[in-house]
Design a protein around this ligand. Sequence first.
Ligand code: OGA
Ligand code: MN
Length: 207
Amino acid sequence: MHNPSEHPLLSAIVDDLATRGWSQQSLFLPDELSRALAAECRRRYAEGELNPAGVGRGAGQEIREAIRGDQIQWIDPGESDACDGYLDEMDGLRQAINQGLFLGLEDFECHFALYPPGAFYKRHLDRFRDDDRRMVSAVLYLNEGWQPEDGGQLRMFLDGDREHDVQPRAGTLVVFLSGDVPHEVLPAGRERLSLTGWFRRRGNDPF
Ligand code: OGA
Ligand code: MN
């Protein structure tokens, strides 16, 4: 995939990643595209296509719900114009990060996530012991009219333990180094939609 009209914020994101390991852009996507993505996430949820997200390996249902309560569905190219539009933007970002930071990012995996009211995701890192391919996390929020009292903030723990909260507002994109930034999702008082993804490097060949 190649995006001919490069997004104007790519170099700002790459600079932020290089200097402090994370970036927040509140106007990353036009309202029209983020509305189309939100509608698609809601439609998929209504049709029963989202499923409870897993945690690591072999965790039982109760353990999972004590850690994270979101429902997810992975997306692939060719499913809709809206999703393809977003995947194109992320491919542009992947190329910009590779040019600026030499991370050798090979692909981007991404899922819709819906947190029903009351759901949360406890503090964690996005790089798993059994999958160290995830290098950079990218979360796009799809919620119009979100207010601080709705909860559901992404809380990042920066430089040790300084807290930085992000409101999950439509059009906001947060990008951070997957192995460096612990974070959590605070309980939301209303349904909370996002597209969450990871840029991955090539896997290590076991031989
Ligand atoms: C995740 C995650 C953050 C968010 O899915 O790993 O941390 O704000 N999501 O949705
Ligand atoms: Mn995470």
